[in-house]
Design a protein around this ligand. Structure first.
Ligand code: ZN
Length: 99
């Protein structure tokens, strides 16, 4: 059975572990001798997102959409641990910047 408070806290601490692990991996790629441009690009985009998600965990706002303030579904957070927006807002945001 699932309880609201306990399971959310457990879920968030799991996500925090996943994010910290990813962060460690990404930071280890940041060596100056790394010449893989494609990989670096991915890291360049992902690391700030992971840091944002980690600071949201610290602030107690993890899992809440930055844009609309709605809860982000846990399935989305499992798939994208660094997500700080719900799918709808992410799409709008992407549209805004790629237009
Ligand atoms: Zn939203």
């Amino acid at each position: 059975m699932c309880c609201i408070g306990g399971c959310t806290a457990q879920f968030i601490s799991q996500q925090q572990m996943v994010l910290e692990e990813k962060k460690r991996q990404y930071e280890s790629y940041f060596r100056p001798d790394s010449s893989n441009g494609h990989r670096w690009n991915k890291i360049h985009n992902s690391l700030p997102q992971i840091n944002r998600a980690l600071s949201a965990i610290k602030n107690g706002t993890y899992g809440i959409c930055e844009s609309c303030g709605e809860y982000i579904p846990q399935e989305r957070l499992r798939a994208v641990p660094g997500a700080t927006r719900c799918i709808e807002c992410q799409e709008n945001w992407r549209y805004q910047w790629t237009r």
